[in-house]
Structure formats: structure tokens, C-alpha cells
Design a protein around this ligand. Structure first.
Ligand code: SAH
Length: 209
């Protein structure tokens, strides 16, 4: 799987470090999960570049920097139950799966749901549970979660998602501002219904539908 890709991988990791990603756990997860298997044939030679790429259904796989940044912000120690909204290709979920106990991930496009399931099987990642459907209501049957990650942008994070987050839990996701720009925010629920909100940086995600 690797052979001639090793140099490209090393180059990407160096680049991510240069952009300020310093968590060695997160960087080694990025090194370990082969991004090329999530990318269509014609674009495979770009798999290890720090770019957003199409994954079908009009959707995109985020650039490694954003995946690394969001993963770092989730502050994972290994024992967490994480909810992801917007499985897409399954790449972000795969990165999470090597850093936490279990990932629950929801995708509204059937084709991508199937695609990601196949990837998880191929990679032998058995701690990811998937669902085809609308993620805006979260996953009440398995809540509460230690962490929630949104990989699609929304005007306002639905209250119900915060209700499904444990006290001490972290939610990371992009929010759409009035002028259509987006900002990545990190929330920590410091006590029940009380949040610390930190604005991280401007981002560009597909919208939650
Ligand atoms: N995390 C993905 C990238 C996600 S792109 C990866 O690593 O590849 C955002 C995804 O969110 C798209 O696949 C889109 O179909 C999905 N999405 C948008 N609105 C949604 C909703 N309401 N519920 C579930 N998934 C949604």
C-alpha cells in the first residue's frame, strides 16, 4: 500500500507540523491511515497532498490539515465515545477510530454510507458504527457522547446535539456566519448547559442538509 508513497507521506506530515499541528498521536494517525484508498483512481496521485478532494455525490474529503486540526481539538485520550455527523468518505472517522474507543458516524447519502463501510472493513477498523440518515438529531439511542464532531457546516449547532454531549465533553464543528463565511468553533460543556466557546479559524465545509 505504501511503497513509493512513503516520501509523500513524510512530506505531508512535515507540512502539517509547519502549519502548527504538533500532536504526535494525531500525526501518527494521519501517517497510519492510507488516505489514498478514500480517493478515486484519477485523483489518487493527489491523495497525500494537503488539499480537499471530491468523493462523489457532490461532497468532499477535507484537507489533511483540517482533519488533523479538528482531531487535535477533540483532545482524545483513547477511551472516548465519539459521534461524527457527515461520514463522507470515512477518512475522518478512520483517523478518530485509532485514537478513541468507538466512533458513531452518520451520513445522509446512501452511496457514501456504503463506500465508507467498505473502507472500514478493508482497513479492519471494527470500532466504527455507521448509520445512514439525517445526523441533525444526533444519535439519541447511544448518547451521551464524550465528543461530537460535525464535518458539515450549519448556521447554528442544534440544541439536541449539546444535550447528547457529556459534561466535560467537547464539540467541534464549522458554523456558517451571516455573510456565508464559516468559522470552526470548539465548545466545551463545563457544566450542564454551560459552554465555553472558542473560535478557532475560518474554514470551508459543505453545508449540512
Ligand atoms: N468527514 C468526511 C467529509 C465530510 S463532507 C470525510 O472524512 O470524508 C460532509 C458530509 O456530510 C457529506 O458527506 C454530506 O453528505 C454529509 N451531510 C450533510 N448533511 C448531513 C446530515 N444532515 N446528516 C448526515 N450527513 C450529512
Amino acid at each position: 500500500m505504501r511503497n513509493n508513497g512513503e516520501e509523500q507521506i513524510a512530506h505531508l506530515i512535515m507540512k502539517l507540523r509547519g502549519q502548527g499541528l504538533r500532536s504526535s498521536k494525531v500525526l501518527s494517525a494521519i501517517e497510519k491511515i492510507p488516505r489514498d484508498i478514500f480517493i478515486e483512481k484519477a485523483l489518487k496521485n493527489h491523495a497525500w497532498e494537503n488539499v480537499t478532494l471530491p468523493i462523489g455525490g457532490g461532497q468532499t474529503i477535507s484537507q489533511p490539515y483540517i482533519v488533523g486540526l479538528m482531531t487535535t481539538l477533540l483532545d482524545l485520550y483513547g477511551n472516548e465515545i465519539v459521534l461524527e455527523i457527515g461520514t463522507g468518505s470515512g477518512y475522518q472517522a478512520s483517523i478518530l477510530s485509532v485514537l478513541c474507543r468507538r466512533v458513531y458516524t452518520i451520513e445522509r447519502i446512501e452511496m457514501l454510507h456504503q463506500f465508507s463501510n467498505n473502507k472500514f472493513k478493508e482497513l479492519g477498523l471494527t470500532n466504527i458504527t455507521t448509520k445512514h440518515g439525517n445526523g441533525s438529531d444526533g444519535w439519541p439511542e447511544v448518547a451521551p457522547f464524550d465528543r461530537i464532531i460535525l464535518t458539515c457546516a450549519i448556521n447554528e449547532i442544534p440544541k439536541i446535539l449539546f444535550h447528547q454531549l457529556k459534561v466535560g465533553g467537547i464539540l467541534v464543528g464549522p458554523e456558517i456566519l451571516d455573510n456565508k463565511n464559516q468559522v470552526l468553533n470548539k465548545y466545551i460543556q463545563i457544566e450542564k448547559n454551560k459552554f465555553e466557546k472558542e473560535k478557532i479559524e475560518d474554514v470551508k465545509f459543505v453545508p449540512m442538509l
